[in-house]
Ligand binder design. Structure first.
Ligand SMILES: NC(=O)c1ccc[n+]([C@@H]2O[C@H](COP(=O)([O-])OP(=O)(O)OC[C@H]3O[C@@H](n4cnc5c(N)ncnc54)[C@H](OP(=O)(O)O)[C@@H]3O)[C@@H](O)[C@H]2O)c1
Length: 295
């Protein structure tokens, strides 16, 4: 990874931080992003110290806010000649339906619109790389059905199911992105990290689980007890693999599991009508004109 420039969203903690640390150890120049300056500076200092790599930078952006995503992309274009790897790692599992400052349901904003918009805005930087990789992180459950009439939980908010629906919508959007970038030097893939003890999983409440599953909450709590980043380090394997492995060079439009193996995607991903519909939606919600993102 020497001489590669890598941007990871939400890399000041959790799985993203462990991904940043491993890639820094491999010699990459790593741009770490997060919302908080203080935890960001702390994380960057720790990554530099543990990796022995001084090329670790911090850029601040709350990816639930489109203005901050635009600002982040602007800073990347201004400061770096190119981008070799973009890891859309930051995610959200909201405990209730809430709208962002852009008026979008928060799960949909962070898990779908943010990876789409940031990737879109950085396409030129990625094209400046001889071979660029875009990686986005999936959630745990992969539902087989995408509720197209409930994308922003307008009809019903359903805890972790709503998060899983947003992640599935992201998978569809990223697959479409990969198709549109065929023939370019950019590959677009999605990976599942596996379960880890992080701020996200430690914030899950019993009410976020389906009613019939709530009895297992104590087990879930036990599985996500603080472990000093051990499970997050394990969960960073699939992102690190997609960012660095020679055997996935040129591989695009695929989904990888936590063992870094290609895995099947639900049928809905291959439904052209659904993809076109979602593609139009994400353009509208980010005020981009449709068709702007192509190879
Ligand atoms: N943990 C799991 O078991 C698990 C399982 C399946 C999938 N995933 C997926 O893996 C990814 C990483 O998960 P994680 O558990 O490490 O998440 P996490 O605990 O929420 O990650 C914390 C990091 O994300 C940043 N962050 C949170 N919200 C942000 C926002 N709105 N804008 C910018 N940065 C933000 C935090 O920065 P600040 O500290 O500055 O806020 C921090 O750097 C997510 O996409 C998640 O959906 C996780």
């Amino acid at each position: 990874m020497k001489d590669k420039i890598v941007l990871i969203t939400g890399a000041t903690g959790g799985i993203g931080k462990q991904t940043a640390l491993t890639l820094a150890k491999m010699g990459a120049q790593v741009i770490v992003t997060g919302r908080s300056a203080s935890s960001g500076q702390e994380a960057v200092a720790e990554i530099k110290q543990l990796s022995g790599n001084s090329k670790v930078d911090l850029l601040l952006a709350d990816v639930s806010k489109q203005a901050e995503i635009k600002d982040l992309a602007g800073q990347v274009k201004e400061k770096y000649a190119r981008l070799d790897v973009l890891i859309n790692n930051a995610g959200l599992a909201a405990s209730k339906r809430q709208l962002t400052e852009d008026g979008v349901e928060a799960n949909f904003a962070v898990n779908v619109l943010a990876p789409f918009l940031l990737t879109h805005l950085l396409v030129d930087s990625l094209k400046s790389s001889q071979s660029a990789r875009v990686i986005t992180l999936m959630g745990g459950e992969v539902p087989s059905i995408l509720e197209m009439d409930n994308l922003q939980a307008e009809r019903r908010f359903d805890g972790l199911n709503s998060y899983s629906q947003a992640k599935l919508a992201m998978l569809v959007v990223m697959y479409e992105f990969a198709q549109r970038l065929q023939g370019s030097t950019i590959t677009v893939n999605v990976c599942y990290p596996g379960q880890a003890s992080t701020t996200m999983t430690r914030s899950v409440t019993p009410e976020m689980l389906p009613q019939a599953m709530r009895w297992i909450f104590p087990v879930f709590k036990w599985m996500t007890r603080p472990d000093n980043g051990k499970s997050a380090a394990k969960a960073s394997h699939s992102s690190v693999y997609l960012a660095s492995a020679a055997e996935v060079e040129g591989v695009t439009g695929k989904y990888f599991n936590s063992n870094c193996q290609e895995a099947a995607m639900p049928k809905v991903v291959f439904d052209v009508e659904t993809r076109q519909h979602l593609w139009r939606q994400v353009h509208q919600l980010t005020s981009l004109s449709n068709g702007q993102t192509t190879a």
